[in-house]
Design a protein around this ligand. Structure first.
Ligand SMILES: [Zn+2]
Length: 100
C-alpha cells in the first residue's frame, strides 16, 4: 500500500463522514436540484433487470481479454491454459504441460 493510496483512503473517509453527518442537508439539496427525480426516471426507463444483467455480463467478459493482452505484450508470458508464468522460451508449459 503506497502513501498516495493511504492519503486517498483518509480523504474519502473524512468526506464520507461529512456526507453522513449532513445527510439530510445533502438529500434536500439533491431534491431541490432535481437530481433524485432524474435518477428515478433513468432507473425506471433504462436500468431494467435485463439491462443490469447485460451490463454485469459485459463487465465480466471485458476483464479477461485485457489481462490476456497484458500477459502477451509483456516480457513475462503466461500459459493460456492454467495461467502459470512461463520461464524461458520453451514451447510447453512447465506446470500443466500444454503447448504454448
Ligand atoms: Zn499451463
Amino acid at each position: 500500500m503506497t502513501l498516495g493510496i493511504r492519503k486517498t483512503i483518509v480523504l474519502v473517509l473524512v468526506a464520507a463522514i461529512f456526507l453522513l453527518a449532513n445527510m439530510w442537508l445533502v438529500m434536500n439539496w439533491l431534491q431541490d436540484k432535481g437530481v433524485i427525480d432524474m435518477a428515478k426516471y433513468v432507473r425506471k426507463e433504462f436500468l431494467t433487470g435485463t439491462a443490469i444483467t447485460i451490463i454485469v455480463a459485459l463487465l465480466i467478459l471485458l476483464v479477461k481479454p485485457a489481462r490476456e493482452a497484458a500477459g502477451r505484450s509483456g516480457w513475462i508470458r503466461r500459459c493460456p491454459v492454467c495461467d502459470h508464468r512461463l520461464l524461458g522460451r520453451g514451447g510447453y508449459c512447465g506446470d500443466c504441460g500444454s503447448k504454448v
